[in-house]
Design a protein around this ligand. Sequence first.
Ligand code: PLP
Length: 404
Amino acid sequence: MLNIKDIRNDFPILSLSVYGKPLVYLDNGATTQKPRAVVDAITNEYYNVNANVHRGVHFLSQKATELHEQARETIHTFIHAKSTSEIVFTRGTTESVNLVATCFSEACMNEGDEVIVSAMEHHSNIVPWQMAAQRRGIRLKVIPINDKGELLLDEYRKLFTERTRIVSVTHVSNVLGTVNPVKEMVSIAHEHGVPVLIDGAQSAPHIPIDVQDLDCDFFAFSGHKIYGPTGIGVLYGKEEWLDRLPPYQGGGEMIQHVSFEKTTFNELPYKFEAGTPDYVGSHALAVAIDYVSALGMDNIHQYERQLTDYAMSKLQQIEGMRIYGTADDKDAVISFLVGNIHHLDMGTLLDRLGIAVRTGHHCAEPLMHRLGIEGTVRASLAFYNTREEIDILADGIQRLKQMF
Ligand code: PLP
């Protein structure tokens, strides 16, 4: 069981007032707030440790290197990877997907080859593949959804051809909250000998992740969405795949030896980590992961599920409410429109009541086209949110409805 009152005390920003109203922060899908431990870790590292990592013989450099590599250990345990060589630090999910789209398409795809994505992808899991498509002459195929916002698995099965080279799908939709059956999808892809990249931006903060159990080939997530700092993220890749892929960027760290005639590349995972890494960010991310691990990902998942169910039933009672995304397996994200109130008006006016929600297409324009709308209001939840906050949201919506 989570003690939400104590937890909220760990997040100083949650006691802010906005326009004289207590902040109700329901924009966790965009980014989460940071516990004191994470902010302290950043300050402490800059005050007491800071030095560039890996090549330094001096005390501080060794200490910073230790923290950075311990962070890799922490993440490896958190997602249950086989080895730390499979944990590549990136700037976030976007960079992780770009890395795979670039390197995989270069090494393993030829003109006419196909990548399968879904109708509910974030732009960051569409555009990198489109860019690869332009460079390599490959094609995107799209898994359709039903009106509840669930992927159609029969249609997914039919998309495989002898030209399918990779599947790249989101675990949890950032618009619909749908939790996709990724384990089953991986197993289907593997029957065709096709690897799978899972976009875990919206799942890693909410659902216990076991990459060996999922058997996915790649898994991407962002530090800032899991209570860590911005600018750091993770790409997990099975060693056999990471070994097969060429480096992403060139520079320091990713090399073994360089001469003007020939360069040899570093071992995994450094082959994919050109330049000075965000070693303060990696350590702070590990502190964030220690924080959620201490709460227990199962407890977080259970609490957030109950809160999502509560929010769904509460919002559904509002006349004129249309909720986008009513999948049987749904997590922590609720997108909606009310009557003919524009999403931007709703978001702006809720803000005046101290309620932070997101409005717009949520970087998922193709999904908006599928739903036949331009945008939604999105409330996205975290374990520090409460039923009282959901009530404030529902009351706020009622008030705005009357205004219109
Ligand atoms: N994928 C999904 C499903 C997301 O929700 C997001 C961000 O909202 C991203 C990818 C991109 O994450 P980032 O901007 O941290 O790279």
